[in-house]
Design a protein around this ligand. Structure first.
Ligand SMILES: *Cc1c(COP(=O)(O)O)cnc(C)c1O
Length: 818
């Protein structure tokens, strides 16, 4: 069935019948006794049917056009829900709502029953999900590869103000979007030995004999592009044991032993690793990385061979993008496949790998750069360790423009870190094995050249590039903000959805009062929707006319939620001191998860909740200041908060947020940014203009200078009374009367070693907040700036990002729609 050519009433009738059929024959329930969840499942399955024909047609069209394949390898895909996304992109949303209504079911009731696919921690995983959607939208033959975790990111519960991590069970009711492919499976080896083996021609070659094998089984989820013209695939691997069980052990009564191998194997795809460097270095994590990388490479080489018959042409038919270093072992694994299985020389294999791979760097934080002890690597992947040594020799002696002779330079660019108990540096491996290495914003690309990859950049001046991140406007505007979407469509048509720069047309409505009134009304409705959610979940009443001041993201010291909280306390102090003043009513909204073992981040969550309790119960400030920490931040919660935001907090220490994408989502939905000149904030400022953004604080170069010359937080605090007062209130237990010293350590740490320069930026931040609050009191001015944000954000569409990757890294072109 082709939705685009079917008249609307026929679409409704067909969907109505299809949902009923699915209810009876796939869910297996009599519609008269169906529960809401059954309706969700039946609807999802009916929608999936409408995807499948075009999905197959897309694959055929890519084959016929001989389109270059783009493989996106990512350990994380933070997908969220798919029902609204699929219906929107297929243009079936209104028809589906009506079909369900004919069954007496409301779409809004069932859509929230879909669990979030949270196979990622934060921005990096969400980027991968946006890229998948954009590759389908722009018509690239893209395929995502990752792991189908049984348990994604933990569910965050706030108990007594503290974060408690609960397992997320997103698969308990099944997953209607995926297709299991038991016939698409690859064996992945671990451990064992590498031995020379005589060949029939008299030569000898090295053969890896793994001690253990685990099977990777494919699960495919279709990825629907805008208007459903292209439908790509996300292929996630699940680990299974090669043998289902050991019958001999079972028969001897050793029941646990009989299933030990099975259990051991399935552990690999059991849980998503937390975003926490202290957890890195764990053997299971390296196993996960190799598991999905090897399965993906085997799969794509097999596809290439079936179509081309020779591995030599791989760089012409395929581009493989590594999302951070998590799949960096791909360099060694691709070389191993080409040498050990296809008989190429190492030099030739390495050159093919380097013609095919690209590497996206996401962080400059030294503690977040992956490295693995040589001993662990050798034990788990002995053949790969050999290959890495050989690549290293090639790289140091010949592969660089000139042989590297200076011992200091050799040490710095070696794939092996000899200073630190011998470690394999995954960033270095990814760098030497890739044709392009990209940063994720202009600033981040520049900093890569002067910090982590400085010496590499001197040797390979053309390799590092910057491609600024983007977001898909389908999810982050069309789906999450239907009110604003309708207003935009009524005003400039809907071509902007595929061609985001057309949003600039909106700028001419700034002085159009009926338009602007509607723009304000939409924001107010979105704020009411969020207020209803907060009332419902937390029992806190919010005033939709207050300034909604939002910081939602992972809790991390460099993102500086603490700076925001200290400003909150300073504001609270001032309101209490001068209750009669004409304060701008404000709601401080926080949400975000902390890694389970990141104690200071978890204490910051507790602090937010402690401040919230005191402030929200204080009759003096009650109507002007509210503080809310919304539990369990995820994609679905973001979709409710973002359209309701007035002010977007993007306040990282300059130089530390590689790009940010939450900043883009909120600006697109008409929030003003209060932010530092960091990551993509800089480019947002360039697009929206200085007048329409609130910039404060030290720049990246100033941060570097201050750090180099030694920074004294105590002197800074002493010189700023509002900062001193707020810090003292937190330190002395004003917000933790049950345990007055709870935050003494946190504050002492801030004063003794303010790594992220919270105190250094405070004054400028507070001042800028005052400007923001004053501006909000002139609603016409505020909404004018808000609209100019929406109008200027077109460039931040991930369609633009993907086109830049396609042009500058992948050399891949769209193929015609089927
Ligand atoms: C966009 C997004 C992020 C990234 O937010 P930043 O502010 O860029 O750190 C993290 N988590 C979720 C659920 C998101 O949607």
């Amino acid at each position: 069935m082709d939705a685009a050519n079917t008249p609307y009433t026929a679409q409704v009738a067909e969907l109505h019948r299809a949902i009923e059929d699915k209810m009876r024959y796939a869910v297996g329930r009599d519609p008269r006794h169906a529960r809401l969840h059954d309706w969700y499942a039946a609807t999802a399955l009916a929608v999936r049917d409408r995807i499948v024909d075009r999905w197959h047609a897309t694959a055929r069209s890519a084959d016929e056009a001989n389109a270059k394949r783009v493989y996106y390898l990512s350990l994380e895909f933070l997908i969220g829900r798919l029902l609204t996304d699929s219906l929107t992109n297929l243009n079936l949303m209104t028809a589906a709502k009506e079909a369900l209504a004919l069954h007496g079911v409301s779409f809004d009731q069932i859509k929230d029953l879909e669990p979030d696919a949270a196979l990622g921690n934060g921005g990096l995983g969400r980027l991968a999900a946006c890229f998948m959607e954009s590759m389908a939208t722009v018509g690239l033959a893209g395929l995502g590869y990752g792991i189908r975790y049984d348990h994604g990111l933990f569910r965050q519960v706030i108990r007594d103000g503290y974060q408690v991590e609960m397992p997320e069970d997103w698969l308990v009711f099944g997953n209607p979007w995926e297709f299991e492919r038991p016939e698409i499976a690859y064996d992945i080896g671990f451990g064992g030995r590498v031995l020379p083996q005589d060949q029939p021609d008299g030569s000898s070659r090295l053969v890896w004999m793994p001690a253990e094998r685990v099977r990777a089984v494919a699960y495919d989820t279709p990825v629907v592009g805008w208007q459903g013209t292209h439908i790509n695939t996300l292929r996630l691997w699940r680990a299974r044991s090669v043998e289902p069980m050991r019958l001999d052990a079972f028969n001897r009564g050793h029941h646990a032993d009989a299933f030990a191998a099975q259990l051991n194997a399935t552990n690999i795809s059991r849980v998503l690793y937390p975003d926490d460097s202290s957890e890195a270095g764990r053997e299971l994590r390296l196993k996960q990385e190799f598991f999905f990388t090897s399965a993906s490479l085997q799969d794509l080489v097999r596809r290439h061979m079936a179509q081309q018959g020779s591995v030599e042409r791989l760089p012409d038919t395929a581009s493989i993008q590594l999302n951070d270093t998590h799949p960096a072992v791909a360099v060694a694994e691709l070389v191993r496949l080409l040498v050990d299985e296809y008989g190429l020389t190492l030099e030739r294999a390495f050159s093919i790998a380097r013609g095919t791979l690209g590497y996206t760097n996401h962080t400059l934080l030294p503690e977040a750069l992956e490295s693995w002890p040589v001993t662990l690597f050798e034990r788990l992947l002995p053949r790969h360790m050999q290959i890495i040594y050989e690549i290293n020799a090639l790289h140091l002696d010949t592969a660089t423009p000139r042989p590297v002779s200076s011992p200091e330079l050799r040490r710095s660019i070696s794939l092996i870190d000899e200073s630190n108990g011998r470690q394999v540096r995954m960033g270095h491996l990814a760098f030497v094995g890739s044709k392009k290495v990209n940063g994720v914003s202009a600033l981040h690309g520049d900093l890569m050249k002067t910090t982590v990859f400085r010496d590499f950049h001197k040797l390979f001046p053309d390799r590092i590039t910057a491609i600024t991140n983007g977001i898909t406007f389908r999810r982050w505007l069309v789906e999450c903000n239907p009110g604003l979407t309708a207003l935009i469509n009524d005003s400039i048509g809907n071509r902007w959805v595929a061609d985001a720069e057309e949003l600039s047309e909106l700028a001419r409505f700034v002085d159009d009062t009926p338009f602007m009134d509607r723009y304000s009304a939409v924001k107010r409705e979105n704020k009411q929707r969020l207020a209803a959610l907060v009332q419902d979940r937390m029992g806190i009443r919010l005033d939709p006319d207050a300034l909604f001041d939002v910081q939602i993201k992972r809790i991390h010291e460099y993102k500086r939620q603490l700076l925001n909280l200290i400003e909150t306390v300073a504001l609270y102090d001032k309101m209490r001191a001068e209750p009669g003043r004409n304060w701008t009513p404000r709601v401080k909204i926080f949400a975000g998860k902390a890694a389970a073992s990141y104690h200071r981040a978890k204490l910051i969550i507790k602090l937010a909740n402690d401040i919230a309790r005191v402030v929200n119960n204080d009759p003096v400030v009650r109507d002007r200041l509210r503080v809310v920490f919304l539990p369990n931040y995820n994609v679905s919660l973001a979709e409710v908060i973002i359209p309701a935001a007035d002010l977007s907090e993007q306040i990282s220490t300059a130089g530390l947020e590689a790009s940010g994408t939450g900043n883009m989502k909120m600006a697109l939905n008409g929030a003003l940014t209060i932010g530092t000149l960091d990551g993509a904030n800089i480019e947002i400022r360039d697009h929206v203009g200085d007048d329409n953004i609130l910039i404060f604080g030290l720049r990246a170069d100033e941060v570097a200078d201050i750090k180099a010359s030694g920074y004294d937080a105590r002197a800074k605090v002493a010189a700023c009374p509002s900062l001193a007062q707020a810090i003292e209130a937190i330190r002395s237990g004003v917000f933790s009367p049950d345990d007055p010293s709870r935050y003494a350590g946190l504050i002492d740490h801030l004063l003794n070693d303010d790594v992220f320069l919270v105190t250094a930026d405070f004054e400028s931040y507070e001042e800028t907040h005052k400007r923001g609050a004053a501006l909000y009191r002139t609603p016409l001015e505020w909404r004018r700036k808000a609209l100019l944000n929406t109008a200027a954000m077109g460039w931040f569409s991930s369609d633009r990002t993907i086109r830049e990757y396609a042009r500058d890294i992948w050399q891949a072109a769209p193929h015609p729609s089927p």
